[in-house]
Ligand binder design. Structure first.
Ligand SMILES: O=P(O)(O)OC[C@H]1O[C@](O)(COP(=O)(O)O)[C@@H](O)[C@@H]1O
Ligand SMILES: [Mg+2]
Ligand SMILES: [Mg+2]
Length: 332
């Protein structure tokens, strides 16, 4: 409890960044994104909930809110004077802002993740990945910062510049002030957040889920990547996955806009993120809109998922070679 007569001292986002000796241009960039989020909240609260009449590169129908949130962030970054290239889930290609990369940053973002949940009043978010210089097609391990803003019953902002993960809350004056520093995730958890239709899971993922259920782990899935990840991070326990499905071998979520920034934040908190075989942050993107399966959260649970997947794949390969050998011998 604070002492009577003394106002609790609040640390705002800019001050926190300065205290961590972050480069001035990066501070400016992160604060510009935080500013943009105020206008995104306004459009979520008051904007048109209908479709925009256009579709994005994935063939998904864009909602008016997707387009609006994209425009808000794009404008802000365009005028920030610290951005070299930018790219969003709603754009078809990279947008060059400045040919001079020196001291500048490139930004990949999902302006309004989970936008189809706004009409049922569930939580949504903005996800941002930041690289130094011009190159956006590099492994997530090279990110210099990542952040998300969660538009839930309260608005919170979570960021990392490679020095721990920190949470800020938006106050009545629409300023972000520090809530928690250096958030940590436990090695193993008691909740799971499973994306994708279960009857399309591969045998490895299915075996992993059965194991979790036998362990008594609780199911907690909202359908919004940002609130689902925020839950794992802030409870400090759990695993989110959107695995490879029989008809979607690369899963649903996008490496550059969704997985890299979340993997960076979760690793900074002591967790792990894998595509079922490899660390997400080691994946070399071949194209901008690349998708990947993801298992992300408590380190031991992610490792367990990898083990179940590897084991079932080995069993499957052995079965296949046995069947092939039988076929070959019956031909002789
Ligand atoms: O509807 P599903 O298949 O459960 O997928 C949910 C996932 O898809 C997403 O909505 C995809 O993001 P977008 O809304 O930006 O397309 C994630 O937020 C969420 O984790
Ligand atoms: Mg998204
Ligand atoms: Mg989106």
């Amino acid at each position: 409890m604070s002492e009577p007569g003394k106002t609790k001292f609040q640390i705002d986002l800019r001050r926190h960044l300065r205290e961590q000796e972050v480069d001035d241009n990066l501070i400016h960039l992160i604060c510009e994104i935080a500013e943009a989020s105020k206008y995104i909240i306004h459009s979520i609260r008051t904007g048109d909930l209908g479709v925009a009449g256009t579709s994005n590169l994935y063939g998904e129908q864009q909602l008016a809110l997707d387009v609006l949130a994209d425009r808000i962030l794009r404008k802000r970054l365009d005028h920030s004077r610290v951005v070299a290239n930018m790219m969003s889930e709603e754009m078809d290609e990279i947008i060059p802002i400045s040919p001079d990369c020196d001291g500048k940053y490139s930004v990949a973002f999902d302006p309004l993740d989970g936008s189809s949940l706004v009409d049922v009043n569930l939580a949504v978010g903005t996800i941002v990945s930041i690289f130094e210089g011009c190159d956006l097609l590099q492994p997530g391990n090279n990110q210099v910062a990542a952040m998300y803003i969660l538009y839930g019953p309260r608005t919170t902002l979570v960021y990392s510049v490679g020095n721990g993960v920190h949470e800020f809350g938006m106050n009545n004056l629409m300023e972000y002030t520090l809530l928690q520093e250096n958030i940590r995730i436990e090695p193993s958890g008691n909740l799971y957040s499973p994306g994708g239709q279960r009857n399309k899971y591969t045998p490895g993922t299915e075996a992993f889920v059965t194991h979790l259920e036998e362990r008594g782990v609780k199911l907690r899935y909202s359908g919004g990547f940002v609130p689902d990840i925020n839950q794992v991070l802030l409870k400090g326990k759990g695993i989110f996955f959107y695995p490879h499905l029989n008809d979607l071998p690369k899963g649903k979520l996008r490496l550059l806009f969704e997985l890299n920034p979340m993997a960076y934040l979760i690793e900074q908190a002591g967790g792990a993120a894998s595509n079922g075989h490899k660390r997400i942050l080691d994946l070399q993107p071949e194209e901008i809109h690349q998708r990947a399966p993801v298992f992300i959260g408590c380190k031991e649970d992610v490792k367990l998922a990898e083990e179940f997947i590897a084991k079932m794949e080995t069993n499957q390969n052995e079965e296949e070679s046995k069947t092939q050998a039988k076929k070959n011998s019956s031909k002789k």
